[in-house]
Each structure stands twice: as C-alpha cells, then as structure tokens.
Design a protein around this ligand. Structure first.
Ligand SMILES: Cc1cc2nc3c(=O)[nH]c(=O)nc-3n(C[C@H](O)[C@H](O)[C@H](O)COP(=O)(O)OP(=O)(O)OC[C@H]3O[C@@H](n4cnc5c(N)ncnc54)[C@H](O)[C@@H]3O)c2cc1C
Length: 390
C-alpha cells in the first residue's frame, strides 16, 4: 500500500474535480483517480446552465462554443412553427465536455490535488478507521472517499448505495453540417417534445458542428433509436451509426442514501440529474462543493459519520428534484397538454427558463403549473393517449 491521503476522489468529471479543488485549496491531501486518459470525451449536450455557472469560480469563456439566448420549442417532428422564447440574458453556455471538464481538472491540479488518469478503480474496502482503494496500478488508503464516478460508478455499486432502475437514457451525435445550416442555429437551441414519449429531442449548436440528441426518462422503448432517426430526418441532418453515443442519466428526486461513514457520493454517482430535463452539471458541481465541506468538517472534528452530508444534499438539491420529478411525471404523461400550455402561456416558458438560469426553483414552476391547469382539472387526468381537446 502506498502513501495515505485525507481524501480519495474516484472520477474526474465536474463533480470530482470540483470537490478536489475545494479540498486541495483548504490544504487537504487529495488524490483523484480517473479511469480514462485525460482529457476524456463525455457524451453530453454540453449546456452549462445559469444555475451551473453561478456555482463556478473559474472563467470558462475560453471553452464556450455558443451562448444561448433563444429556445425553440416544437411538437414532435411537425412542420408547424415552433414556439420561441428569447431572453436578453444568457440561458446557457454551450461547451464541449472534453475541454470544459479538462479546465476543471486543471483547476484542481493548480489547487494542489494529485490526479492519476488512466487508472481504474477496481475495488473499495470501507473500514471503521480508513478506506482502501484498489486500482489497476496500486492500492491507496485514505480517511475519506468521494464517489464521483458517474452513472454506473463502482463506488455506489460496491458500497450498496447504487439505486437500480433509476436512470433515463440519452443518445447523441455530433453532426458536421454546411456553414449556412450552422449559422442558422447560432445562439439558438431546439427542444422537441412528443417523440419520444417520456422524453425529448434536442439540437444544440457548437462552434463547428451541431450536437443532436434524445433522452427518455421512463420505460425503455425499443423505438428509441428509430425515434431519433425520425428526429434527425425531420431536420435534414444525416449521421453515421458509428458516431452514435449512448449514456444513462441517473435521475434525482428519489428516496436514497448519498453517504455512509467515510464515504460520499456526488453528481451522477449520487443520482442527481434533473428528472425533467436530464441536466446534471449544476448538481454535480453543487454536490461536489457540499461534499468538500463535509469532508473538511469530518477531518476537523474526527466524526466521520457524514450525517450532515445526507441532510445537506436532501435540503439543497434533492428536495427541489422531488418537485421536478412530480412535474416530470405530469409533463411526460400529458405532454400535449403541457405543450398546449406553452402555446397559450409565455409565462410558463419564461418561468421554466428562469429556473434553468438559476433564478427560480421547481416549487415556483410547479405552483404556476397547478394554477394554470387547475381550472381544467387536467392534473387529475391520467389516461395515456390523446389530449382532450375540449
Ligand atoms: C447525452 C447526454 C447529454 C447530456 N446533456 C447535458 C447538458 O447539456 N447539460 C447538463 O447539465 N447535463 C447534461 N447531461 C448530464 C451530465 O452529462 C452529467 O450529469 C454530468 O456529466 C455528471 O458529472 P459527474 O462528474 O457526476 O460524472 P461524469 O461526468 O460522468 O464523470 C465521471 C467520471 O468518473 C470516471 N470513472 C467512472 N468509473 C471509474 C472507475 N472505476 N475508476 C476511475 N474513474 C472512473 C469516468 O471516466 C468519468 O470521467 C447529459 C447526459 C447525457 C448522457
């Protein structure tokens, strides 16, 4: 066994790097273990929301590919004109995760964290007095362990904290298109509801290409890939099978444990993606910061129970995601009803994007939805299928 650390972080995504930076800045001896060689690719639409940017201390303008001020929302693959929402202030910044995540890794290194990339964690051993981590290269010992290893991470699975069947799934391609098509989407994203059921398709512009994807948050659908093909066909954008990437999205808002004595889960490993939109970077950053605070407190006090982490994540993140889950259930059960609501009420779209910008929470949006739908009694309507037109 090599030297001991105060904290080992498994995974160098946004959650792990954020926790490592914070800890190293406070003088904690922190080791980050990343299985991939850095910089690494991560399937992601790359929208860094206002909510996420509010949590970042570093300047990431050098890796911003586009700044979003306009959202087009449309129904299925229809030709009808989409609804448009325009904001004077940026709704989101679009990045390629390879460079964005690497910036966060560099920040952690500058702060003093030690990063071992290309080193996969194979086993963890949680003991009353320490944690041991076995990798493809060596075995390390630490006082605390942060599992920042993503949607199907080994830390959650081996510690018994993994929540099976709690994930959505998303597909994505990065499509090269002619310059005029690229220019058409500058500063604008497209979100398309109705197909697939329980999900949506998206088009997010990057500086040299378009990212197109589709996520589904509920039961797996065999037609998912053909739905995606129909979506890209409707936009006239061809793609190759070998370029298609798929990745689970572990949805938040559930009853679950985020920690054990000496061990904390953050980001996707803790299942903190938004159950309505699939957004996960903001909660990865947020939980990384909260985890760093909890590790610092435990090292100071010698109390490694981590009770305060469970409470903080529940109050600061998961309680909001519980409301998002409620909204998501209503939304994806009755997508056409909600689309109709978007058509008739600019207020609801404005509130939703203010939420993405970090200026509202889900409770605000849920209250507004209830107010708008109550007269029609539609929240009680549970049948899958057609939207009652009368
Ligand atoms: C197609 C798609 C589109 C998305 N679009 C958006 C979006 O536009 N905006 C947004 O906010 N969110 C989006 N998300 C969600 C977002 O990508 C995640 O929520 C976010 O990456 C979570 O960050 P993380 O640090 O928790 O985990 P990750 O970014 O997944 O990082 C985990 C790291 O752990 C490493 N790792 C795993 N296992 C081991 C091991 N055994 N040993 C060592 N290292 C290990 C991995 O290699 C990886 O680098 C999208 C997700 C998908 C699938």
């Amino acid at each position: 066994m090599t030297r001991a650390y105060d904290c080992i972080v498994v995974g160098a995504g946004p959650a792990g790097s954020t926790a490592a930076t914070q800890l190293a800045q406070d003088g904690v001896r922190v080791l980050v273990l990343e299985q991939d060689t850095l910089p690494r690719y991560k399937a992601c639409a790359g929208a860094v929301s206002g909510r996420a940017t509010g949590l970042l201390t570093l300047d990431f303008s050098s890796v911003v590919e586009d700044v979003i001020h306009k959202v087009k929302v449309r129904w299925a693959n229809a030709d009808t004109a989409p609804i448009e929402y325009v904001s004077k202030t940026p709704i989101a910044y679009l990045v390629m995760r390879t460079s964005f995540d690497q910036l966060l890794v560099q920040e952690a290194i500058t702060a003093g964290a030690i990063i071992h990339d290309g080193e996969k964690v194979q086993a963890i051993d949680l003991q009353p007095e320490h944690v041991a981590v076995q990798t493809t290269h060596s075995t390390y010992k630490a006082a605390t362990l942060i599992g920042a290893d993503g949607a199907v991470g080994i830390v959650a699975r081996q510690s018994g904290l993994y929540l099976a069947k709690s994930s959505g799934i998303a597909l994505e391609i990065e499509a090269s298109v002619p310059p005029d098509q690229l220019a058409k989407w500058k500063n604008t994203v497209l979100v398309s509801y109705g197909i697939p059921r329980h999900g949506y398709g998206w088009l997010f512009p990057k500086s040299q290409h378009l990212s197109l994807g589709m996520g589904t948050f509920s039961p797996r659908r065999r037609e998912f890939v053909s739905d995606f093909s129909a979506f890209t066909d409707s936009l006239g954008i061809p793609w190759e099978w070998q370029d298609l990437k798929a990745h689970p999205i572990p949805l938040g808002g559930r009853d679950r444990r985020f920690c054990l004595p000496r061990l904390l889960l953050v980001g996707d490993a803790a299942g903190l993606a938004d159950p309505l939109s699939g957004e996960g970077i903001a909660h990865a950053l947020h939980s990384g910061l909260v985890a760093a605070d909890s590790v610092l407190a435990s090292l100071d006090s010698g109390d490694f129970s981590m009770h305060s982490y469970q409470t903080a994540i529940e109050q600061e993140i998961n309680s909001n995601l519980r409301v998002a889950k409620q909204l998501s259930n209503a939304f994806y059960t009755l997508p056409k009803v909600f689309f109709h609501l978007f058509l008739t009420s600019q207020e609801i779209l404005a509130w939703y994007f203010q939420l993405v910008q970090g200026d509202r929470d889900y409770q605000d949006v849920w209250e507004l939805v209830r107010k708008l739908l109550k007269p029609q009694g539609l929240l009680k309507w549970r049948e899958h299928g057609e939207y009652p037109t009368q």
